[in-house]
Write a protein that binds this ligand. Structure first.
Ligand SMILES: Nc1ncnc2c1ncn2[C@@H]1O[C@H](COP(=O)(O)OP(=O)(O)OP(=O)(O)O)[C@@H](O)[C@H]1O
Length: 405
C-alpha cells in the first residue's frame, strides 16, 4: 500500500500557511488490512480509519457516484484497485486535488498548482455537480483566499442551481458551510460567489433580497442594503469577533427587504419587520439558539441602541431588561459590537465614533449597583419588591445620565 497526504494540507503547505490537520489517502489496501494493522474504522459513509496513536484520518482511495436525483448521498467504491488519480478526480476544486507522497513530490494531475498561482477556484471534473454542497465550499474558499471563480466553474454552478440541485441540501450542511464562511477573513466574498451562482436566492432568499433595496443616502452613502450588510459583516470579521456576532451583523437589517415600496428609501419599522424574517431563516437553517437569539435581539434593538444617548432612563431600563443584560452582560456586549459594526459598515463612516457602547455599559453598571436584596428587606409588602427595584434602577440610571461626561 502507498500513503499520500491530500487535500487541504498540500494546498496550505504550497501557500505557506500553517497546516491544521492532515488528511491521508491509502492506495492499494483493503478495509481488512487497515483493521488488522490496528486502525479504527470511523467513517459512517466513507471508508475512513483512525491511526491508533496519532489519531490522524486515513481514507481508502475511493470513487463515488451519485445516488439518484438531487443530493441523496453517494454510492462509494473503495477497493485496492482505485488509483490515486481516480480518487483526486472526485474532489471538488483543483487546489484541493493534489497529493504528496513520502518523497515530498507533489502529484498534481489537475493543475492545482497553476490555479493556486493564478488564484483561481476551478472544479476538477463534471462530477462537481453531483454534490451541491461544493458550491458552498467554493464560496467559503473564496472568502478565505480571495480567489476568483473560473468562468466555467461559475457556469456549472449556475446550471446546478437552475437544475434545482441546491434545493436538496439539508439545513445542517448549509449551516455548517455558512458558519465556516462567516469565520473566514472576508465573508462578503462567500456571499458574492453565492449570489453570482444563484445559490443564495435558494438557500437564504431573505439575505439575497437585500440587494437592490435603497437606503437614505445621507445615512448610507453606499445606498444599497445588500452592500451595507456586507460592509457590516466584513467589519465584524475584521475585528475577529465570534460567530454569533458575525451572524447578528449579517441579519440585522433583514427587515429592510420588507419595507413597502412607497416609503423607500426610508425604513421606518424595519426592526420589527425584520424579527420574523430572522426567526424564519434561523428555523429553516436550524441555527443554534446562541446565534439565533443574538441575531433576533440585534435586529430588534439596533436602531434604539444607535439613539442611546437620547433615551430616557425608563426606556434604557426596558432595553436592558428585554436584552436580559443583567444576567447575560457578555451577550449584551456582543449585541453592542454588532451595532458598532452597523454604524461603521457605511461608506464615509468607517471610523465614526460610537460612544453608545461605553454609555450603555455605564448605565448598565449603574443599574446593576442597585442593591436588590436590601430593597427587598425594606419592602413591607413583598408584592411591591419588583416595582421598588425597578424604581431604584430608574433612579440609578437617571443619576448616571445626569453625570454624563
Ligand atoms: N463535498 C466534497 N466534495 C468533494 N471533495 C471534497 C468534499 N469535501 C471535502 N473534499 C475533499 O476532501 C479534502 C478535505 O476536506 P476538508 O473539508 O477537510 O477541507 P480542507 O480542504 O482540508 O479545508 P479546511 O482547511 O477548510 O479544512 C478537501 O481538500 C477536498 O479534496
Amino acid at each position: 500500500m502507498q500513503i499520500y497526504r491530500v487535500g487541504g494540507a498540500v494546498r496550505d503547505q504550497l501557500l505557506g500557511l500553517p497546516i491544521k490537520d492532515i488528511d491521508w489517502v491509502v492506495v492499494g489496501a483493503t478495509a481488512e488490512q487497515m483493521l488488522s494493522q490496528g486502525y479504527q474504522a470511523v467513517g459512517k459513509d466513507f471508508p475512513v480509519f483512525l491511526h491508533p496513536h496519532t489519531h490522524q484520518e486515513y481514507a481508502l482511495a475511493r470513487t463515488e457516484r451519485k445516488d439518484g436525483h438531487g443530493y441523496t448521498g453517494f454510492v462509494v467504491h473503495a477497493s485496492p484497485d482505485v488509483t490515486l488519480e481516480e480518487d483526486l478526480l472526485r474532489r471538488d476544486l483543483t487546489i484541493n486535488a493534489m497529493a504528496q507522497g513520502d518523497d515530498g513530490v507533489i502529484i498534481d494531475p489537475f493543475n492545482g498548482q497553476a490555479d493556486l498561482a493564478a488564484k483561481v477556484l476551478r472544479h476538477v471534473s463534471p462530477a462537481f455537480s453531483e454534490d451541491p454542497v461544493r458550491i458552498l465550499r467554493l464560496a467559503r474558499f473564496a472568502a478565505r483566499f480571495g480567489f476568483s471563480t473560473a468562468p466555467e466553474t461559475m457556469a456549472l454552478m449556475q446550471q446546478m442551481v437552475a437544475d434545482g440541485e441546491v434545493d436538496h441540501l439539508v439545513p445542517e450542511r448549509v449551516w455548517q458551510e455558512i458558519t465556516k464562511g462567516l469565520m473566514e477573513e472576508k465573508p462578503s466574498l462567500m456571499f458574492a460567489a453565492l449570489r453570482e451562482s444563484g445559490a443564495l436566492a435558494r438557500i437564504a432568499p431573505e439575505i439575497d433580497a437585500l440587494w437592490g433595496v435603497p437606503q437614505r443616502a445621507d445615512y448610507h452613502p453606499e445606498v444599497d442594503t445588500g452592500l451595507h450588510t456586507m460592509l457590516v459583516l466584513d467589519y465584524a470579521a475584521a475585528q475577529g469577533w465570534p460567530l454569533a456576532t458575525r451572524f447578528a451583523a449579517l441579519c440585522h437589517d433583514l427587515g429592510k427587504a420588507k419595507t413597502p415600496a412607497d416609503v423607500l428609501p426610508r425604513h421606518i419599522m424595519h426592526e420589527a419587520r425584520g424579527v420574523p424574517v430572522v426567526e424564519a431563516l434561523c428555523l429553516r437553517l436550524r441555527v443554534p439558539a446562541e446565534c439565533r437569539d443574538l441575531a433576533v435581539m440585534t435586529c430588534r434593538e439596533h436602531t434604539l441602541v444607535h439613539t442611546a444617548e437620547q433615551l430616557r432612563a425608563e426606556t434604557v431600563l426596558k432595553l436592558l431588561i428585554r436584552c436580559d443584560a443583567f444576567r447575560r452582560p457578555e451577550r449584551f456586549a456582543q449585541m453592542l459590537d454588532a451595532c458598532l459594526a452597523d454604524a461603521r459598515g457605511r461608506y464615509q463612516f468607517e471610523e465614526c465614533a460610537y460612544p453608545q457602547i461605553a454609555y450603555l455599559h455605564r448605565l448598565l453598571a449603574a443599574a446593576n449597583a442597585v442593591n436588590a436584596g436590601q430593597i427587598a428587606q425594606q419592602c413591607a409588602d413583598k408584592k411591591q419588591i419588583p416595582q421598588a427595584v425597578e424604581q431604584a434602577r430608574i433612579a440609578a440610571i437617571t443619576a448616571a445620565i445626569a453625570t454624563r461626561e
